[in-house]
Structure formats: C-alpha cells, structure tokens
Design a binder for this molecule. Structure first.
Ligand code: XBP
Ligand code: MG
Length: 221
C-alpha cells in the first residue's frame, strides 16, 4: 500500500519536552504548597503511566503525600498553563532529523499528523515554540490527550488520527520514542519507527519495525 501520511508522537519524539513537563509538574506542586517534588528518577518511573492527570492520580494512590484525587484536575490545568509558559520562554528545539523527515514527507505529498497523550493546548505550545505558527498550520491532523478514553499503550489515539486522516494503518507510518507509544501504534496496525529519547533510553522498543538513535539517519521508504 502506498504511504500517504506520517504520524508523529509529540513528547520525546518531535522534541525533548519531558523535562519541561517535569518542571511544570514540580512548579505546580510547589505553588500549591504540596511540599512534593518529582526528581528525575521518580519521573522516569512515573512516565510508565501516560498522561499527566493519570500520572498524578497513580502517584496519589501510592503515597499519602500525593495530591488527593479530587484536586488532580485543577492541578493539571495549572500544570498545563505552566508548561506553556516554560515553552514560551524559548530554547526548545526539534530532535535531530525531525524537520528533514517532515520536509521530505511534504515534498513527497504525504500528510503530517500528531498522535499524542498530551493535550491539544500543549501541541499548540510546541508549534508556537518551534515554528511560531499555529499547530493546525503545521499538522494536517492532530489527535491528542482526552480526545480518547484510553491513553497509550491503548491504540485509541492512533486510530483517531487514522480516522481523521481517512486512511488505513497500512497507508501511514508512525514515529515514537517510548515503549507505551510503540505498543499503541503497533496495536493500531501501524509500522513504527522508534528513536528513544532522554527519558525512554531504557525502554524496550523491540516491538518497533525499526529502532534508530535519532531520525537523522531515517530515510522515507
Ligand atoms: C507523553 C506523556 C504525557 C506528558 C504530560 O506520552 O505521557 O503525559 O508526560 O502531558 P507520549 P500531560 O509521548 O507517549 O504521548 O500532562 O498534558 O498529560
Ligand atoms: Mg513520547
């Protein structure tokens, strides 16, 4: 089947955004007076739970010092605002090879989509930080966050992206950085190229069709 679209994960795949997420969580916890901090090792472990709200709820369930489940939604709204602020401060760049793959895809007539666990607002913050343009001008389709009931490794967000592209899985190629992401894309029937990021360097990505250190060496089929 002819390739018609490229579907990118956002966090860790387009850019190394996870440290900004961690900082936004911690700034939010501090501002809320929770006396609570996710260090690098803790965040590495908590990343196995995809989605910020789900991550906070999982942590609340395992510790008495975590936020109560009923304040998770409000905390997450504050965290999302703080994340946009951090990205707006500048310094974010695409991972190596991403822009070239996007440009070559466009030149070959492919559509470019995003399938991510993070919110549509955070995709917008990323697009503004990188391209200074609205996300809808950069991507033909965006499937994000709570638009689906179950987050990665569930295939729902990839199936939503395919639905919006009006394509079958065999007509698209996914790009991921994490095990949860690879599992989601594979469960949706997609071919997946994986390039581990700072926070997923220890992930088992062997279910991907190809694993590369970064996309700079990737060539479109
Ligand atoms: C990334 C995530 C996200 C971010 C936080 O997963 O799990 O939850 O860490 O974003 P993936 P929100 O790259 O596999 O999509 O707080 O907006 O949920
Ligand atoms: Mg990711």
């Amino acid at each position: 089947m002819t390739l018609k679209a490229l579907i990118f994960d956002a966090d860790g795949t387009l850019a190394e955004t996870e440290e900004a997420h961690r900082q936004a969580f911690n700034d939010t916890f501090a501002a809320a007076g929770l006396g609570w901090h996710w260090d690098h090792a803790t965040y590495l472990r908590l990343l196995k739970v995809t989605g910020g709200k789900e991550r906070m709820a999982a942590f609340a369930a395992e510790t008495a010092s975590g936020p109560r489940p009923d304040i998770v939604a409000a905390l997450h709204r504050a965290k999302t605002a703080r994340y946009a602020e951090i990205l707006g401060n500048g310094g974010l760049k695409l991972r190596n090879g991403v822009q070239r793959v996007m440009d070559e895809g466009r030149a070959a007539g492919l559509r470019i989509a995003v399938a991510t666990t993070t919110s549509p607002g955070n995709v917008e913050a990323l697009a503004q930080a990188i391209w200074r343009r609205p996300a809808t001008e950069v991507f033909d389709v965006i499937a994000a966050g709570d638009e689906v009931k179950r987050k990665k490794p569930d295939p729902a967000v990839y199936l939503l992206a395919l639905d919006r592209l009006a394509l079958t899985a065999s007509e698209a190629l996914a790009f991921e950085d994490s095990r949860n992401g690879v599992m989601a894309a594979k469960a949706a029937g997609l071919r997946v190229i994986a390039a581990p990021s700072i926070f997923t360097a220890g992930d088992d990505l062997s279910a991907a069709d190809q694993v590369l250190p970064e996309l700079s060496t990737f060539r479109l089929p």
